[in-house]
Design a protein around this ligand. Structure first.
Ligand code: 1YM
Length: 682
């Protein structure tokens, strides 16, 4: 960063509004009132100190979690300005009590700050039961204090009281989060420490001192025992958690945990940390330069893995949703690797280029840019939208990496071999997929098992997935050929929860289903699912009413849920309900009666003398002759179908787990009990 030569003065503060909106809608400013929002208060104050570091005036920051539940952040910067502002009070007052008060809004006092564009300290003030600000400046120490954003210190001629002499400069802010605002007021040190460490990696010339002076009872329980944000114990006191809690007690007794974060190696150390314990395939590659309005810093290394792991930052803000800086890097990087691959003769003229994803196979990368007035968008406002950032990053990446790669050809070759591995897998997958997907609607399956229907009107057509060849045979005879297709499947289909994608796509039954439905599927490498191409309005699972049958239903539902969830969401999946019993009244010529479960049978037996009817139990669909099958399971006028519905994806995935569990009982119970809740299509 170039040193900010523009001196701050009280006049350059833009006063926009008071603090009431912050207390009314805290979530708007800090993202929530749980532990995340609470910790955010620390980051807001910290960001101001880091800004002062970026401006070139501050080298050390102290963050202390005090035993009274408050937090102190101190820096050795210039100290907040305390001179008289045009409003007639100390500039410090204006900064701490006014939203959008900050030199940062003035072009001349430009900063590449993170945080909330300088509104941070006033927001924290508004949400604190008490706050004390101490400024060391002009050889003096000034002190101001607030309660819930309202000043409690009396000013003399608008100026802050002097409480001592100073041989240094800096700002010290202590604040106690307001328990009227926050659901939880205990800071979570694990998160804060991780943020401080990240800040140290991004600012290699900054030293951050962390202390946790809280007694054990001030530590969030969650830290010692559970994984949740809610502070609830999520598992019992096992030996490991006991020893951790003892460790914390020990720390409290000896004056708390103290850690100093200083990472002079910066991003290189960050990438090394991210890759810890993995096999490195390349050295750590680092470059930094400016282009346009941006300062671009990038560091990466390949490891023996199949994922890419890219972290982006803009002005020290972690851009969780990515953005233009990441896109700029990726675009340039893909070009570069392809160019080298051709120059080195690894890609021949006839070969297609590596995809971007191929070139980043195994890459761990941190890209940090400093950009003036960045624009963020996205759900959590963590996606960089500024278009010029893409060009700037691409420019720096192109120049710096070309220089590096020209001198380190072995490294380029290692990277290209990672890309080759990725391309090989990708091509194999693409091939499997092309072989599989039907090119035209109503194509026949490869092994000829599908008994297609004659109608080509999907809104009328139904497909029955039938367990076993013999039931398939009966259904084939019993059906209405015009609009009912039959697809017999043999035995248990593959459990897609436990199989790799290539196994799934190689499975004959699954292949046949995908081919017959005609709508593609979504999974892994892209989404080819297109519901408008679906050949059938109803996909009906027709399995025996026994444990094996419900297991097959479960496997099929899991496949639909994972590969074609829209079929479930749009109500295309049904389970047929074949009867268990047939009762034929003796004597008069009467049609047989079908009973669907034991409850119905009991009721019938109660109402009828056993000598008046003949009872038959169906052992399976295969036992029914075609007329029975038509009457009970196929005929739209008489059959009972139950539609499979899924409330939402979260629930569905829990249920899928339940369904795929090893116990058969709960699964069977689920399918039938939920089928009962579903709409009946009688
Ligand atoms: C513990 C938190 O806020 N330090 C700090 C803040 C500021 C300055 C120095 C400062 C800036 C300038 C001139 C300038 C300021 N912050 C704001 C606002 N530490 C902490 N240290 N003189 C002093 O920008 O030119 C305004 S000044 F508004 F962002 F909060």
């Amino acid at each position: 960063m170039t040193k900010n030569t523009q001196n701050y003065n009280a006049d350059s503060i833009t006063v926009l509004e008071g603090l009431e909106p912050v207390r009314k809608r805290p979530g708007m400013y800090i993202g929530g009132v749980g532990t995340k929002g609470l910790n955010h208060l620390v980051y807001e104050i910290l960001d101001n100190a880091v800004d002062e570091h970026l401006a070139g005036y501050c080298s050390e920051v102290w963050v202390t979690l005090e035993n009274d539940g408050s937090c102190t952040v101190e820096d050795n910067g210039r100290g907040l300005p305390v001179d008289l502002h045009q409003k007639g009070v100390s500039a410090e007052r204006v900064i701490m009590t006014t939203l959008h008060a900050g030199g940062k809004f003035d072009d001349k006092a430009y900063k590449t700050s993170g945080g909330l564009h300088g509104v941070g300290s006033s927001v924290v003030n508004a949400l604190s039961k008490s706050m004390t600000v101490e400024v060391a400046r002009n050889g003096k120490i000034y002190r101001d204090s607030y309660s819930r954003g309202i000043p409690v210190t009396e000013l003399k001629n608008g100026l802050l009281p002097v409480v001592g002499k100073a041989d240094h400069t800096g700002t010290k802010i202590n604040f106690l989060p307001d328990d009227e605002i926050f659901e939880k007021t205990v800071f979570k040190s694990e998160w804060i420490k991780s943020r401080l460490h990240e800040t140290a990696y991004l600012n290699p010339e900054l030293t951050i001192h962390f202390s946790d002076l809280r007694e054990l009872n001030q530590q969030p329980k969650a830290e010692s025992f559970s994984l949740g944000d809610d502070g609830q114990l999520s598992f019992g006191l096992d030996t490991e958690s006991l020893s951790r809690s003892e460790e914390i007690t020990e720390k409290a007794r000896t004056g708390g945990e103290q850690i100093t974060y200083h990472e002079p190696e910066g991003l290189k150390a960050y990438v090394a940390e991210l890759n810890k314990g993995q096999n490195a395939v390349t050295p750590i590659i680092y470059f930094k330069d400016t282009a346009g309005d941006s300062e671009v810093e990038c560091c990466f290394q390949y490891v023996d893995a199949f994922e890419e792991n890219i972290h982006g930052f803009c002005n020290n803000i972690f851009t969780q949703e990515g953005g233009t800086h990441i896109t700029g890097f990726k675009t340039k990087y893909t070009q570069l690797i392809n160019t080298y691959a051709r120059q080195l003769g690894i890609l021949k003229e006839k070969d297609t280029n590596f995809t971007g994803a191929d070139t980043r196979n195994g890459m761990t990368c941190v890209i940090a840019i400093k950009y003036r007035d960045p624009i963020f968008e996205g759900q959590t406002k963590t996606k960089l939208a500024s278009a010029e950032a893409a060009q700037d990053v691409a420019m720096v990446t192109g120049e710096k990496l070309e220089h590096y790669f020209d001198r380190n050809v072995e490294t380029v070759k290692s990277i290209i071999s990672c890309a080759e591995k990725s391309a090989k897998i990708r091509k194999a997958e693409e091939k499997a997929k092309t072989n599989l997907l039907s090119k035209s609607r109503f194509s026949f399956d490869s092994n000829g098992k599908l008994k297609a229907c004659t109608s080509k009107d999907p809104s009328r057509c139904e497909i029955f997935i039938v367990e076993g060849d013999s039931a398939g045979g009966s259904a084939g005879t019993a059906r209405n050929r015009e609009f009912q297709a039959i697809l017999p499947i043999r035995g248990k289909i593959l459990n897609v929860e436990k199989a790799t994608i290539d196994k799934v796509l190689a499975n004959a039954e699954i292949k046949t289903m995908i081919n017959s439905f005609g709508c593609g599927f979504s999974e892994g490498y892209g989404n080819d699912f297109d519901i408008t191409k679906l050949n059938y309005d109803k996909i009906i699972l027709m399995t025996d009413a026994d444990v094996d049958g419900s297991h097959i239903d479960t496997l099929l539902l899991t496949f639909f849920y994972r590969f074609m969830p829209e079929l479930i969401y749009n109500g295309h999946i049904y389970v047929s309900m074949p009867p268990l019993y047939q009762v034929t009244p003796k004597g008069k010529k009467k049609d047989p009666i079908y009973l669907y479960d034991d409850r119905e049978l009991k009721k019938y037996q109660k109402d009828h003398e056993s000598s008046t009817y003949e009872l038959k139990r169906f052992k399976g669909l295969g036992e029914m002759d075609p007329p029975d099958l038509w009457a009970t399971t196929l005929d739209p006028e008489r059959r009972v179908l139950k539609r499979v519905e899924i409330e939402d994806a979260r629930l569905a995935s829990e249920v899928t787990e339940l369904l795929m569990g090893s116990e058969v009982g709960p699964r069977r119970e689920f399918i039938y009990s939920h089928a009962d809740e579903a709409d009946l299509d009688i």
